[in-house]
Design a protein around this ligand. Structure first.
Ligand code: GLP
Length: 253
């Protein structure tokens, strides 16, 4: 079941998303979180940091697994996802860093690293809420449009459109890694709940196509239509603009 929650602005959508995590942490303080990077979850992380500072929530007993990491970037590289997570969440809340996990982008043997990460994810005994952004081409994690849905963690070649989209974070386009290690679509679908965050006009078309179009690996996020549990979509008015036009009844205001 897909629940689309309307947020007037990006901040409102981020607060809506933070509410989903807050509810989980209040009912299950030792929850397992599946975490995402990109600009979409930053506002939610800020909100969660503020709530943690106020003592409303705690990450003390939380474990986390992140979706993906660039190949070739060390954890202290300012564009690595390990760095992103430290700076946008982990350094500011009471989480035990030993309980946080990301694939190692510098692993000498990426295939072995993928198998190790599959083991890490399996050892969590299930992800309670998996946070997702959505790529301009419908990718989730770094699972790019393909002819099949990936099952486990894999080494992926990034598409030109993803490299273009992510070039804004790097000095030069040539600096953007061309490969990543990403949790597979199958692993994402194993979570108990999905929290998809989409912000801005650029996501409006792909969000509608993913949630209402054909289910196809060419639009990886479309598989969420077959998710067994609840998919909560927290989006702002801009990202929802096409859905509001075509399927207004599907949006909870
Ligand atoms: C990256 C990440 C995705 C993210 C996507 C969208 O490619 N691997 O997990 O969802 O970008 O990013 P943004 O939220 O900045 O639009």
């Amino acid at each position: 079941m897909i629940k689309i929650i309307y947020g007037k602005c990006a901040h409102c959508a981020s607060v809506n998303a933070a509410n989903v995590i807050t509810d989980l942490l209040k009912s299950k303080p030792d929850a397992v979180l599946g975490l995402a990077t990109g600009s979409s979850p930053i506002g939610m992380y800020k909100e969660l940091i503020a709530r943690c500072e106020k003592g409303e929530i705690s990450f003390k007993n939380v474990k986390s697994v992140n979706l993906d990491e660039y190949v070739g970037l060390a954890a202290d590289h300012d564009q690595s996802y390990a760095y992103f997570m430290s700076h946008n969440l982990f350094n500011h809340v009471d989480i035990d860093k030993a309980n946080t996990n990301l694939p190692n982008g510098l692993a000498a043997d990426p295939a072995a690293e993928c198998r190790r990460y599959d083991g890490v994810v399996a050892s969590m005994g299930g992800v309670d809420v998996q946070v997702l952004g959505i790529g301009n081409n419908g990718h989730i994690g770094f699972n790019e449009p393909a002819t099949y849905f990936s099952k486990g963690t894999g080494l992926v070649d990034l598409t030109d459109s993803t490299i273009d989209a992510n070039a804004r974070f790097f000095e030069k386009r040539e600096d953007v890694p061309t490969q990543a290690l990403s949790m597979g679509v199958g692993q994402i679908m194993n979570a108990d709940k999905i929290l998809l965050i989409a912000l801005g006009k650029g996501k409006a078309e792909i969000l509608e196509k993913s949630l209402f179009g054909d289910v196809t690996p060419e639009v990886p996020a479309s598989i969420l239509q077959f998710f067994k549990g609840e998919v909560v979509v927290c989006a702002d008015e801009e990202a929802l603009s096409v859905i509001l036009e075509k399927h207004p009844e599907a949006v909870t205001k």
